[in-house]
Design a protein around this ligand. Sequence first.
Ligand code: G6P
Length: 608
Amino acid sequence: MCGIVGYVGEREVVDVLFDGMRRMEYRGYDSAGMALWMEDKLEVIREVGRVAELEKAAHERGLTGHLGIGHTRWATHGGVTVENAHPHSDETGRFVLVHNGIVENYLDLREELEHLGDRFVSETDTEVVVHYLARLYKGDMREALLELQKKLRGSYALVILLRDDPNGFFCVRRGSPLVLGLGDGENFCASDVPPLLPYTRSVVYLDEGDIASVTRQGASVWDETGSPKILDVHQVDWDVSMADKGGYPHFMLKEINEQGAVVRSTLKSRVTEGGVDLSDELLWTEEQVRSWRSLHIVACGTSYYASLVAERALSKWTDLDVRVDIASEYRYRTVRTDEKTLAVFVSQSGETADTIAAQRLARGLGAHCLAITNARGSTLDREVHDTLLLKAGPEIGVAATKTFMGQLTVLYLLALYLGRLRGGISAVEEVRLAEELNQLPYKVEATIAREESVQHLAERYAGCRDFLFLGRGYSFPIALEGALKLKEISYVHAEGYAAGEMKHGPIALLDDKVPVVTVIPRDSLYEKTLSNIQEAKARRSPIVAIGTDGDELLSTYADYVVTVPWTDEAFTPFLSVIPLQLFAYHVAKLRNCDIDKPRNLAKSVTVE
Ligand code: G6P
């Protein structure tokens, strides 16, 4: 989605804004723009394309100053044109603003304003907002923003410059994220934390409906009723090196390589040799835990696939009736959600619009809501009853890798913890599983170390146009995730399927040009999956197998075998996903794709 950054202070604003915009390009990047105070004038510049295009144009114009706002756009309303790029202004140029979100009633507002004589130059909802603000403003921006909020329906984070006020910028948010960064004689705002990291770790997450005025000296915040708020300042424990490539050619490769560390830090102080204990974070009573009958897990994209893996573990280790849903489906159909439901919302960003809406629905129906997210302070984190954080650090590559690993880790901790509390798992079994869990960081690292073999695999098949990914049981969601990764970053068509379903359709697609990538660990379904490999082989498909170390048999069936270390059946997804992430990465690289910023995709989808 769109990314916003704002700055006021001593530094060169152009540098701060470009640095921030580059760190946020993962949110959307079909066009970009900025507005800044240069001497005594507000200058606006906008370009179609990457931030680099805008940077070139800004340097050519010699822009410089100490107060400004920037925006990277991911088009929703109106095509990718300079006119539609942000910032937008009212007709007099007195108000200039950037926006992330969608104002749903903008057509009505636009009609109202057109009757009053306003003329618009773009197709955007944002231009309507700035025109409306200009009409509401009577000399006090807080008052005007309170009034504006009454008019707008939908989601918005707005950052505004006013021609009469060279001292700072104003913010308002509802439904879209906005974080203030507090420095010494300088202050910032951004859609997300990474742009702030080079300058400050003191942040204020604005709440729904909050209004802020930010100057060099500080920030004032009012709630949606206009009452002043005491700033709730958080110290983030991420540092700037976490948001840099650290010598890797792409963020995605760096993030794949961080996965051992992610599992290790996510397990830290939550699992001991005796088992899992989350009681410091989840203040659940025994009675409460026993009252739950069903467990709903709701998510989108890769987070949904992590949830599908966990569904299997949760069903095995607890007596709960577990179901997993895609958030955009869950929110629009009848679901039996009530006080006897524990509803878990899995979202890396904590800002996915559908997941947030699903949470609100479940909460309204009485469910106890738990978020699993990487983003402390995100909308999801702030709205649920409880949160379990992944300790993944910022993920910049659009295609999720290390956060998938972190989500799996947290979901498994939850499964084991619920298993213990509800008596679904014996003490001996818990100790055995906890031991294996503690081994996982090493096994994850050992798997990543086999990158070269996956690279050769990619070299062999990078020219293929279609792939089928198969798996059973715990490996089925991994087949889905493997296919998704390949689609996302290399634009190659790939289908993920339950191996047993292949005969019900996809087998018709198979021939010697369609490789079948089969996730086949040495588990209880091994032989069944082996039969599916034979079926595909009989249709002349090249067979790639992701198996377990020591499995000699596989090479007699498969054209290419990549193995991963042995682990308990339930934990195999932690390892088998890695070769598939690396495969997608290397295929994308060989096809010269923009790996960290795949076309049309955004890292967090803050609109429906
Ligand atoms: C987008 C991203 C995916 C991500 C999905 C859900 O589609 O490109 O990588 O899995 O959103 O995001 P969330 O932040 O809710 O996990």
